[in-house]
Design a protein around this ligand. Structure first.
Ligand SMILES: [Zn+2]
Length: 485
């Protein structure tokens, strides 16, 4: 037995000796490009930090991101990109390009903030005077890291280490505005080979979790104003219409698939109790892992609105505001990105950041993972049904798409919270953003240098998509540029 073992060992060592130099020779150029790109991008950290914190401060909501979009565009222009702004009939959307020919790699950049989430960069809840919106989803980091990655790839193309085209897509209004859907509809991704994206988060992980398809609309009820005490019989309450609709939808919940998520806010419920409201509005989201189910349930909700109007002798109409697909995952690309994320590693905190993180974690009412998990990379884990929605879904049904999340928030921090806005205004956020930027650069290098990887990713895309023909859930409406008004 001993002899056999020794022989096997000798064979193994021999093979290693014979095989290693070959594999190193093949990947030598990429490894040098990767090492150079990693150190170069890090040397620009202070500039990217400044840009991200500037956009954090602008905190502009969907389709109003004038200054944020202009700053990212200017950064790309200064770096040698050709920028086309105002694409897809959206003033703040842009496509920035460098290079020529194939492959064409796209990187998505978001930059919209959320209403009601203004917060100082401190570890306790603290509003900012005169400010409403805040970057509770970290899109200021999202946009900046994607621009940083694009600029780094551009340098490698410029120095002839890579060949092909790099595009950075400036994607407005992810939060409810479905910005990318219009960009997909306008054909802006048609010649792209692979799209790379990322999202801020509270750990470092490559995305193999799908998203919920989503369709949203504002239902507007019209009634008849009258004195609420002296002549209520002459009035018809638009708010009654809204409340009757909400009641019916809440009863629906028992009879629809349980993975469904329906939520609403009453955006206008009348102005004074002594006036029968002649106008009221309710804003609905309908979500489900499958887009067909979303359409079916949304149509049912619309029927509830009609019934409510009939019963309250009011009139109703509705405007579809957004509609996004679930996320079509690509395991081929995810496995490649995982290797690169593991090479980059997570975020380590200074003593002051650890103290900040402890205070943030103390504000949670539930158990969360330890602070040290920000420095770790999660193993690749596939989950079909996601818990959130994103307009990246529509891109993923058009082009093979891969993404990751990076720990820009203290472990355990939920998105859309004051804690997320707070972390995003510190170096916890900007250091996490660099993990994403670096991982995207390394993944792009693999794509430019390995036609086989792109081919395999495309084959998987075709198989997974099947015979589905892309159709925007929001129909042919024009961008809802004022949906935040
Ligand atoms: Zn987000």
């Amino acid at each position: 037995m001993k002899i056999i073992n020794l022989t096997t060992w000798a064979l193994f060592v021999g093979l290693l000796f014979f095989w290693c130099p070959v594999s190193q020779a093949q990947s030598g150029a990429d490894t040098a490009s990767k090492a150079q790109a990693l150190s170069d991008i890090q040397s620009h950290y202070d500039e990217y930090k400044k840009i991200a914190l500037q956009i954090w401060d602008y905190a502009e909501v969907g389709y109003k991101e004038v200054k944020s979009s202009a700053l990212l565009q200017a950064t790309l222009s200064a770096g040698g990109f050709t920028v086309k702004a105002g694409v897809a009939e959206i003033p703040t959307a842009f496509v920035a390009e460098y290079g020529s020919g194939k492959p064409v790699i796209g990187i998505l950049a978001e930059f919209d903030a959320l209403p009601g989430l203004a917060q100082q960069a401190v570890p306790e809840k603290a509003a900012i005077d005169g400010k409403n919106a805040g970057h509770g989803c970290g899109h200021h980091l999202f946009g900046t890291a994607s621009v940083a990655a694009g600029l780094e790839i551009k340098k490698l193309i410029e120095s002839k280490k890579l060949s092909g085209t790099i595009r950075v897509y400036g994607c407005p209004a992810e939060e409810g505005g479905s910005g990318k859907v219009y960009m997909v509809r306008a054909g802006l991704f048609n010649d792209v080979d692979v799209v790379i994206h990322w999202h801020p988060g509270s750990d470092n992980a490559v995305t193999l979790t799908s998203a919920l398809a989503n369709k949203s609309a504002k239902f507007r009820f019209h009634g008849l104003a009258a004195h609420a005490a002296a002549s209520p019989d002459r009035g018809r309450s638009a708010l009654d219409g809204v409340e009757a609709m909400d009641n019916m939808v809440n009863m629906m919940r028992e009879h629809i698939p349980q993975e469904t998520r329906i939520h609403y806010v009453i955006t206008n419920g009348g102005k004074a109790p002594n006036v029968v409201p002649d106008f009221a509005e309710v804003y609905y989201y309908v979500r489900h892992p499958k887009k067909d189910e979303v359409v079916r349930i949304f149509d049912w909700v619309a029927k509830a609105a009609e019934g409510a109007a009939m019963g309250t002798q009011t009139k109703v109409d509705y405007e579809v505001i957004g509609g996004t697909h679930d996320l079509l995952l690509n395991r081929t690309l995810a496995e490649d990105m995982q290797k690169n994320l593991e090479r980059v590693g997570g975020v380590s905190y200074t003593a002051a950041e650890t103290a900040f993180a402890r205070k943030i974690q103390a504000s949670f009412t539930y158990k969360v993972s330890g602070i040290e998990s920000a420095a770790m990379v999660q193993p690749l884990k596939e989950e079909k049904d996601g818990a959130a929605s994103t307009d990246v879904g529509d891109v993923s049904y058009t082009v093979p798409t891969v993404g990751l999340q990076a720990a820009t928030w203290v472990p355990g921090t939920p998105a859309h919270s004051w804690q997320a806005t707070a972390c995003g205004g510190t170096e916890i956020g900007t250091k996490g953003m660099m993990v994403a930027a670096k991982t995207m650069v390394l993944t792009a290098i693999d794509l430019y240098t390995s036609p086989t990887l792109i081919k395999k990713a495309k084959e998987e895309f075709v198989t997974e998509k099947g015979d589905y023909q892309y159709k925007a859930l929001l129909g042919d409406r024009k961008p809802a540029l004022n949906y935040r008004d």
